[in-house]
Write a protein that binds this ligand. Sequence first.
Ligand SMILES: [Zn+2]
Length: 339
Amino acid sequence: MRRGLLIVLALGLLRVLALAGMAASPARAGSSASAAAKVPGRGLEPGQKRPGQGRARQPQPKPRAELFAPQGAGLGEPFLVRVRAPKPLAGLSVTWLQRTVRLTGRALPGGWEAVVLLGSDVGNTAPGRHELVLRHGRKGQVVTQRAGIEVLPVARPVESLELDAAMVTPPREAYARILAERKLLQKLLLATLSRAVPAGTDARRWSLPLLRPVPGEVSSIYGIGRLLNGQPHAPHRGLDLEADTGQPVLAAADGLVLFSGELYYAGNAVYLDHGQGLVTSYFHLSERRVQTGARVARGQELGLAGDTGRSTRSHLHFGVWALGRHVDPEPLFLYESLP
Ligand SMILES: [Zn+2]
């Protein structure tokens, strides 16, 4: 988000790494898909007991869902989880990293499928094995299916920035505003997970690959470590794309405007809710052209690029949130097609 004097050599290195990351993305996405483990009703066959369950228990109905999830994903890398069933599943939800979202699906030839995009956050997820929990069914007859997914550490570079001290440490009088904005956005992001969806409708408005909101090159990758004036700071939890002031910024997918307003760090900012826990954000705009609550289509102009907020030059900071976790947006521009 913050940019300053970047050592020329470091910039060259970052470009190389960014390009390497882009080149590697389809392979990563592909390998995740090919490594996807089919976990049909794991631990749910009649009579089967989960570890630690010695005593007789209520027999669960035979599962009607197949769960497709990768066995592992790099820290910050987004991945798809698919749930397939012969018929629509009632009360379907997925829980991952302490966040739960209700899932809806759509008919496929010969069945039905729900898809959710998940990932971990370079800022707050510990590498290691985490459990994905799928629930469906009606009250008293809820079926639970589980799959372990390994979050693998990813080596990412560190950039060193020299900035005005005032840019690194906000003035005391800005603290209350920064805190209030953080709380508001967190509330809005979490509200996207529990939003009611009318029965029989599909809440997923996103499709893959995501549209690149501006054509510019990557100037700062997701997850890069940051030394600001020699002090370690939080890693970069978005993707910086080169963009001149006044250049149109486009919606990465269909969605609803979750927030359109001015924020201390992000400047003029737009957040889009794409349904089923997926949110994108667009920061430092010189102008916003959508209102909170508006419905937008993939490719629609959201505003113009700029350098508002805590930014030292014109660029677009693009963020992707999966169940409220910042994930790496870049692989999603090259992801396998999901209409
Ligand atoms: Zn940024």
